[in-house]
Design a protein. Structure first.
Length: 379
């Protein structure tokens, strides 16, 4: 018979394994953001996999591969098809930007009078023109740095693409393997926890889609009312970009500001610069309504969390962890809540799940002894 490990030996081995995992994790910490990004992309694609699987009666792996390769094809084909158009329009955009600076110079040449106080802002135009020229010029000495940055970004992009593929196609096997590591007596509870956490993330995804739709509709309507060219398309972009916390809506509005500066309004009798200020002001109002009220309300209802906690957690995540943290902080906190409720119930010997009977409700009274049978009873 083999000698069993003593508790001290087990604790020592566990400590060494944890130390090794922490050491290795620290050494390869740069790979975690791409892997998290890949997991998030696979999570976003999950509803499309389910649609393919149910619509065409496909297996999970086949549906995942179809969604992955279709998405990858679109992601490559759309930018490639737009390159000739972008190249032909680049000179036009640069010339329009310079003309906008000329218009701004003409607008600021007149002093602004506020309470008998004259403000001369025409000195700002040369600085703006020099800054714009510096941005538009490509310096040869920056080529090496640009090449290094692009190569590094390309490598991480490949890591994300390959990881997304394996997350989508092999998730079931990975999940079963991880749960199979647990003792047999606890696997049932782990499966229940997995289903509840999955429901949290699916609810959060539905909340994301709801918020994207509302943002797209509202921005599209507002841009149409003020006569912004391409209002419908810019509204859709605002909805899609709202998937990225804070940075996405800002990028979409930057596009709207560029359109406002270059094209102006289709009916408002104002110059392009004033129209761009109107667009920027509406953006400030709408984005604050979205961030302070709408987003916490939708996310809170989707994951059953208080709106105030949602708002504070997103702001804290933006400050301390960046975009990825802000994107996942709400479902992560809701998932930790599910795990915390389970541990609390198990520690206090309470029902851990809704359909689980409490221990106090079970009939723990002794079973009465049966009367022994005799030949007379059988007769």
């Amino acid at each position: 018979m083999k000698e069993r490990w003593t508790p001290a030996t087990r604790y020592l081995v566990i400590a060494l394994v944890l130390f090794f995992l922490v050491f290795v994790g620290w050494q390869i910490r740069e790979i975690f953001p791409p892997l998290i990004t890949a997991a998030l992309v696979a999570y976003i694609f999950y509803p499309f996999v389910e649609i393919f699987r149910q619509r065409f009666k496909l297996r999970q792996a086949i549906a995942s591969r179809l969604v992955f390769f279709i998405s990858l094809t679109l992601m490559i084909a759309v930018p490639v098809s737009l390159i000739p158009l972008l190249a032909s329009e680049m000179d036009v955009v640069v010339n329009d930007l310079l003309k906008t600076v000329d218009q701004l110079e003409s607008f600021l040449s007149q002093p602004i009078v506020i309470a008998n106080l004259q403000l001369h802002l025409n000195n700002l135009v040369p600085d703006l023109r020099n800054s714009l020229t510096a941005v538009l010029e490509f310096l040869p000495e920056d080529a090496l740095l640009l090449l290094e940055t692009t190569s590094r970004g390309t490598l991480w992009f490949l890591v994300i693409v390959v990881s997304v593929y394996y997350f989508m196609t092999d998730w079931d096997r990975l999940r079963d393997w991880v749960i199979g590591l647990a003792p047999a007596n606890y696997r049932h509870d782990i499966w229940r926890l997995y289903r509840e956490i999955k429901a949290v993330w699916m609810g959060y995804l539905r909340g994301q889609l709801t918020l994207m739709t509302i943002v797209a509709v509202v921005f599209g309507i507002i841009w149409s009312i003020i006569g912004l060219p391409g209002a419908f398309l810019l509204g859709i972009l605002a909805g899609l970009f709202s998937l990225i916390p804070d940075v996405g809506p800002f990028a979409a509005t930057a596009l709207a500001l560029i359109v406002a500066l270059l094209e102006g309004s289709t009916w408002l009798p104002v110059n392009n610069f004033v129209f761009a200020l109107i667009v920027a002001g509406l953006y400030v109002v709408l984005i604050n309504i979205k961030n302070i009220w709408l987003r916490p309300l939708i996310y809170g209802r989707s994951v059953h969390m208080h709106e105030g906690i949602v708002f504070v957690s997103i702001i804290a995540a933006v400050v301390f962890t960046g975009i990825i943290g802000a994107f996942i902080v709400v479902p992560v906190l809701a998932s930790l809540g599910v795990i915390g409720r389970y541990l609390h119930a198990r520690l206090l010997d309470l029902p851990a799940f809704d359909d689980e009977e409490p221990a106090s409700s079970l009939d723990l009274s002794p079973v009465p002894a049966q009367k022994s049978r005799t030949p007379a009873d059988d007769s």
